[in-house]
Design a protein around this ligand. Structure first.
Ligand code: C5P
Length: 231
């Protein structure tokens, strides 16, 4: 499986997104569309970007009863996205339902990956709010294993967790890793960050890069450097 740099399109609307994409002229990119853009523009933004020949990771993190997730995934499969995701905490049954919904009649489907524990969840919040008393690292690995059992393709994780995930779930189980910065960049609100070159060394399959590209003085140059260092 080839490595790829996925650009996080954390833009507020279609115009801002297209202004950014126009800088790249005819270059074909892999783009992450999240809740903000999808909820403001609807499925049309996905169709518009696909029409331009880009790949899409639709980051909507589904979590509901299995029947609802299955039906929602069927709708997303019709949008022809390349990758999408669910919360592993929705249970193995819910992930299996998501996978069924995504699979077309000819057996093809987008990649389906799981979010384990959000990086915004601390050990304390997990214990106090969710009443999960295990160590957060163990919960992340348990959820990764559940995702694998459900037949999913991989998980979102930190580059620093890639080896542990691969040891537990196999080397072909995909790791999609955000938290990427060049050594010269500001960290913004990310705490544990890794450079594209380090993410490659640690074995990530895909890196998700937002502000280091979208807010760079020269986004094209920043993107090229990510590709050069990671792919
Ligand atoms: O701008 P930056 O490179 O920090 O953006 C990273 C992207 O990856 C954002 O869209 C963010 O929501 C997402 N993400 C993350 N950490 C996670 C999961 C997703 O930063 N654990």
């Amino acid at each position: 499986m080839g490595k790829a740099v996925i650009i996080a399109c954390d833009f507020k609307d279609k115009q801002e997104t297209l202004n950014f994409l126009n800088k790249f002229e005819n270059e074909k990119l892999y783009l992450k569309i999240g809740m903000e853009l999808f909820y403001s523009e609807g499925p049309e933004i996905v169709r518009e970007i696909k029409k331009r020949g880009h790949k899409i990771f639709l980051d909507l993190k589904l979590h509901d009863i299995p029947n609802t997730v299955e039906k929602a995934m069927r709708t997303l499969a019709n949008l022809d996205v390349d990758m999408t995701n669910v919360h592993a905490s929705g249970t193995i049954k819910m992930m299996e339902a998501g996978l069924r919904g995504l699979t077309k009649e000819d057996g093809t489907r987008p990649l389906l990956i799981a979010v384990t524990q959000l990086t915004s969840t601390s050990q304390k919040a997990m214990e106090d709010d969710l009443l999960i008393k295990e160590k957060i690292e163990d919960v992340v690995m348990h959820y990764a294993e559940n995702s694998k059992k459900a037949g999913l393709d991989g998980v979102v994780c930190s580059p620093l967790e890639v080896q542990a995930v691969k040891n537990r779930c196999g080397k072909d189980f995909l790791t999609i890793t955000p938290g990427i910065r060049f050594s010269t960049d500001s960290k913004d609100d990310q705490s544990r960050i890794t450079t594209p070159a380090k993410a490659k060394e640690l074995g990530s399959d895909y890196i998700v890069v937002g502000r280091s590209i979208t807010k760079a003085e020269n986004p094209i140059e920043a993107y090229r450097k990510c590709v050069e260092d990671f792919c």
